[in-house]
Every structure is written in structure tokens, then in C-alpha cells.
Design a protein around this ligand. Structure first.
Ligand code: FMN
Length: 349
């Protein structure tokens, strides 16, 4: 029986080849951050309010001018066709059903031309290639196709090492390609085979300004963990920050993201847009992130569990479970709307 996201996680390995399951599930090196991204949620406890008339709950919000039904977004996750043949198309359709934002990875199996048709609230996640004209072309296509913003991932000057992938010799199955690279030398082969070309370790904060000017779109900087980096990114014109440790897949023992929301909010002030991801699996997790200062959260691996379970319907189920749990946690803590989810609802142990 599927009651919560962990039920889907338990089913995930069934009938999925081991190298693919470990590619999706693994974290970097000893996976210390992978465990901490989850365990930290229990180090923060709720102080629910009562007698606040919670008969009508509103979860809608606006992210960069996009009106969405809940502050729960879909994070960029690479190569989704290994979980289900419809891959990113199914995920985008599920995001459409639930009127929330999906960010599509640069390293997607389905290209932006195809995914762009499925939803009107799509962001595009960018890895800036050493081949700048190629990246420039891709950004212009995103704008033409109606993508609403760019999530510029900055925590990957090179790929983090996931030892489980080394042990299973993970490689993307040969029948799949990378949809944004058709006709280029990157079309076949995955992030592992191409990471030297796809990641530019010479990038600096100036890249933010370049992406903004080149794309003509708002830019969110994804992978920030430090208050000073957040301030600097905004100083270079970023329209928001995604607090993230890449789902614990880059540098192991990096700080769990929940811990950084409050210091980053304090550094950037009340008006800056702050998203957060990493280990969010429960409605109360979403509530805690918002109470500590995030405007919205993103989910990564759970969408893969849903995709594998039942394609588009499976991702819809994931969003449905999380939304219902979030509403439940709002009612049970005395919050009618997102503005009422304030700092005093959470204490750290
Ligand atoms: C299999 C997998 C692939 C990912 N691919 C990308 C990617 O292409 N670009 C990116 O910025 N982040 C990528 N991420 C990180 C996610 O965007 C997100 O930060 C992370 O998954 C959130 O943590 P969670 O999986 O615990 O929810 C990936 C994560 C996973 C699990």
C-alpha cells in the first residue's frame, strides 16, 4: 500500500537494474551528507499554534511571477527515461496537472523542444559548457520556447564522485540519448562520459550576468550553501537562490541544507527569493523549510520514485501525497496561508 513517499522509495529498486538504481539513489563518497539531509529534519521541532480558525487553507504562491498552487516544485534531475520511457515529458505533465514549476535538467533525455510543449511553467537548469556558443544557443532556444527562468547550477565545477556508480560501472543505456545535444558529439553517452566538456571549472560570479543577458530570463543560482555566496550572487544580478547540496552528490560532508536556510535568509534580507532542496519527503519538512525562511522547496529523488511507479500518474501521486501532508501540517500548526508560517513555529533541539 502506498501511503507516503517512503513506500514508493521502498518499491523503487524492484525491477530496476542495479547500476541505474544506484545512480539515482547514491550520494558522494561516504554519503554522510545524504544521511544528514534527512536526519536534520528531526533536529528541528514544531511549536504548533491552536484556536486560529484553520477551516480554509491557501497554499498558493507566486515564484518569479508564476502563480502556482503550492510551494513544492520539481528539482532538475538528469536522465529520467531510465526510470520510465516517457521521462521528463511525464514529469512535466504531472507538474502541469498540479500547477507547479518543473525545472528541466541540461542532461535530460527528452529535449527542450519536446518537454517545452507539455507545460507552461518550466524552468531550465543550466550547466555552462566550455563551448560557450553552444550554451548561448541553448539559452536562446529556452527563451523562444517559453521557459520562464534559468536555474544555474554552481556546485559542479566537476562531477562529484559517487562510489556506488564506480562499483556498478554505471553508464546510460545505449538506446537513450541526451535530447538537448542532438546532432552534437554529446548526443550519445551521459554526464559521466562528457563531464570534462560539460563542466567549466573556470566559472566565476560574472557568469551570472552573462547568463542573464544572454537568455533574457531571470536567473536562480542553484547550489548555494553560504550566506556570503548568496549575497554575492544577488549582487551579480541573480533573481533568487536555490539552497542546495545537489542532493548530497557533490562534496560529501557538506552541510545539510535545512541548517543554512536561516543564516542565508538573515544575510539576504526578507525580499530575496530563496528556494531549498535536499531530503524533503514530508509535509512537515516543507513547513519547517518555510518557517526558517524559504519561499518554496524542490523535490528530487521522490519524482523518480513516482516515475518508476507509474509514469506521469506516479509523479502526480508524489505531488498529491506531499501537498496533502503539507496542508495537514498547516492545519495542525495553525497556519491558514504561507504568510502565517513564521519562524516561531520551529525550535531547534
Ligand atoms: C539522479 C539525480 C540527478 C540529478 N541531476 C541534476 C542535474 O542534472 N542538475 C542539477 O542541478 N541537479 C541535479 N540533481 C540534484 C537535484 O536537482 C536536487 O538538488 C536534489 O535531488 C534534491 O535532493 P533530494 O533528491 O533529496 O530531494 C540530481 C539529483 C539526482 C538524485
Amino acid at each position: 500500500m502506498i501511503i507516503n513517499l517512503f513506500d514508493l522509495e521502498k518499491q523503487f529498486p524492484v525491477d530496476l537494474p542495479e547500476p541505474i538504481e544506484s545512480y539515482y539513489s547514491s550520494g558522494a563518497r561516504d554519503e554522510v551528507t545524504l544521511q544528514r539531509n534527512r536526519s536534520i529534519f528531526n533536529e528541528y521541532e514544531l511549536l504548533p499554534r491552536f484556536l486560529r480558525d484553520v477551516s480554509n487553507i491557501r497554499t498558493s504562491c507566486s515564484i518569479l511571477g508564476n502563480e502556482i498552487d503550492m510551494p513544492i516544485l520539481i528539482a532538475p534531475v538528469a536522465m529520467q527515461c531510465m526510470a520510465h520511457e516517457e521521462g521528463e515529458v511525464a514529469t512535466a505533465k504531472a507538474a502541469h496537472t498540479h500547477n507547479t514549476i518543473m525545472t528541466q535538467s541540461t542532461i535530460s533525455n527528452k529535449g527542450i523542444e519536446e518537454v517545452g510543449l507539455c507545460h507552461d511553467k518550466l524552468f531550465f537548469q543550466l550547466y555552462v559548457s566550455k563551448d560557450r556558443p553552444f550554451t548561448e544557443e541553448m539559452l536562446k532556444r529556452c527563451k523562444e520556447l517559453g521557459y520562464k527562468a534559468i536555474e544555474f547550477t554552481v556546485d559542479a565545477p566537476r562531477l562529484g564522485v559517487r562510489e556506488r556508480d564506480l562499483r556498478t560501472s554505471f553508464k546510460m543505456p545505449e538506446h537513450l540519448g541526451l535530447g538537448n545535444f542532438i546532432g552534437t558529439k554529446f548526443e550519445h553517452g551521459d554526464i559521466y562520459t562528457h563531464s570534462d566538456h560539460l563542466f567549466d571549472p573556470s566559472l566565476t560570479f560574472e557568469a551570472i550576468t552573462w547568463i542573464k543577458e544572454t537568455s533574457g530570463l531571470p536567473v536562480l543560482v542553484k547550489g548555494i550553501l553560504r550566506p556570503d555566496d548568496a549575497q554575492q550572487a544577488l549582487g551579480y544580478g541573480a533573481d533568487g537562490i536555490v539552497i542546495s547540496n545537489h542532493g548530497a552528490r557533490q562534496i560529501d560532508t557538506a552541510v545539510p541544507t535545512l541548517k543554512q536556510i536561516e543564516p542565508i535568509r538573515t544575510a539576504v534580507g526578507p525580499d530575496a527569493l530563496l528556494l531549498v532542496d535536499g531530503g524533503i519527503r514530508r509535509g512537515t519538512d516543507v513547513l519547517k523549510c518555510l518557517a526558517l525562511g524559504a519561499n518554496a522547496v524542490q523535490i528530487g529523488r521522490p519524482l523518480l520514485w513516482g516515475l518508476k511507479h507509474d509514469g506521469q500518474k506516479g509523479v502526480e501521486l508524489v505531488l498529491d501525497i506531499l501537498k496533502k501532508e503539507f496542508i495537514e501540517s498547516m492545519i495542525l500548526s495553525g497556519c491558514k496561508n504561507l504568510q502565517e508560517i513564521t519562524r516561531d513555529l520551529v525550535v531547534s533541539r
